[in-house]
Design a binder for this molecule. Structure first.
Ligand SMILES: [Zn+2]
Ligand SMILES: [Zn+2]
Length: 156
């Protein structure tokens, strides 16, 4: 039993190291210094399945000894460098998600649970619409956030 859990622990450790290496490379390619806190922030946000708020990221990295201000500063640095995207899903909380290598500038749609507020990414979703009179220019330029609301699998 202990052998099994040891095996799992080392697999997880190896994956975390891979994620940190990838984060370090992307930070350097973006022209920033790959400080330990910055690498930890990018690796964590990249491994999250859904956009995470500053509070969530700070809680998860608290064990590393970084304070919330450092985490926040690095989230903003990574956003400005084009490695993270910051979005507000309508509750006035900024959430951060990694922009994948080769992903376009356009934001993908998100699903937001109307009961519990959980957020899911819909990276493959595509919406098409016909331009009609009165369609705002931002829509034509795709300079908009697309959000679907409903109940998540847990709240259904
Ligand atoms: Zn829900
Ligand atoms: Zn997303």
């Amino acid at each position: 039993m202990s052998a099994v859990s040891l095996g799992w622990a080392s697999v997880t450790r190896a994956r975390r190291q891979d994620q940190r290496d990838a984060a370090q490379r992307r930070i350097r390619e973006a022209g920033l210094r790959a400080t330990p806190a910055r690498v930890a922030v990018l690796a964590l946000v990249t491994s999250e399945p859904a956009p995470a708020s500053h509070g969530e990221v700070a809680d998860k990295l608290a064990r590393g000894g970084w304070d919330r201000t450092t985490i926040y500063r690095n989230l903003m640095d990574l956003t400005r460098a084009g490695l993270l995207r910051r979005s507000d899903i309508g509750d006035h909380v900024w959430r951060f998600e990694a922009i994948a290598d080769g992903e376009g500038e356009h934001e993908h749609p998100h699903f937001v649970c109307s009961e519990c507020g959980s957020v899911a990414c819909l990276p493959k979703a595509e919406l098409s619409f016909r331009r009609t009179r009165g369609t705002p220019r931002a829509v034509r330029r795709r300079d908009v956030a697309i959000q679907l609301r409903g109940r998540c699998d847990v709240c259904l």
